[in-house]
Design a protein around this ligand. Structure first.
Ligand code: ADP
Length: 191
């Protein structure tokens, strides 16, 4: 029997912590599907298409992997893919509370799907996509936190954003829709 595991998440962007979970998942299961959630409630830094491409490039060395996107309930996606495993990563205690609640909720929606947690490798325990974006937003280096091509994407993205926001800060009364998009609130709301 081929054991298929779904690794769902935002991956905005994929980090070395995510990649570590993916690589270990690929050793445990026959096939791993990294599934990017199309979440209308979040304002991501990268589009779903960009995130899919970042994950594809980061996982070229793995043969038993697929990269996909989905919307709606994760259990419905798992059912559609005939997957019995949801793979999730655990970093700190605060992850545990949310992840356990999600696993219990998913169990009430489908008793066919088991959530399997992988504890983070110690060196990646502090990494999150939000942290990466926060560092890059203020001009810091993220090469040690994400794959190198993703770091370049991030630098390019903030290089595009920052000169414009600096311009707006200097010129009050500019188009507010532009300010909303690139102003004080970073385009990220995840943990
Ligand atoms: P979500 O919005 O669903 O939390 P994320 O992309 O933030 O999506 O995370 C997807 C999964 O990867 C979650 O289970 C999260 O706990 C896990 N994860 C994120 N960063 C790490 C890391 N550094 N080490 C291990 N697991 C991680």
């Amino acid at each position: 029997m081929c054991v298929l595991a779904i690794y769902p998440g935002s991956f905005d962007p994929i980090t070395l912590g995510h990649l570590d979970v993916i690589e270990r998942g690929c050793r445990l299961f026959d096939q791993v599907v990294v599934a990017v959630l199309r979440n209308p409630n979040k304002k991501p830094l990268f589009t779903v298409a960009e995130r899919l491409e970042q994950i594809r490039i980061s996982t070229l060395h793995l043969s038993n992997i697929e990269v996909d996107s989905f919307d709606g309930l994760t259990v419905n996606y798992a059912r559609m893919r005939q997957a019995k495993i949801l793979l999730r990563g655990l970093r700190v205690l605060s992850d545990f509370e949310l992840e356990l609640q999600m696993a219990h909720t998913n169990k009430t929606l489908s008793d066919q799907v088991e959530t399997v947690f992988l504890a983070t490798s110690t060196e990646y325990g502090f990494i999150s996509s939000s942290l990466v974006k926060e560092i890059a937003r203020f001009g810091g280096t993220v090469d040690h936190l994400v794959p190198s091509h993703v770091a370049l994407d991030i630098y390019r993205c903030y290089a595009k954003i920052q000169p414009v926001s600096a311009l707006i800060a200097d010129s009050p009364g500019q188009d507010p829709t532009v300010t909303d998009r690139i102003g004080e609130t970073p385009p990220d709301h995840e943990t």
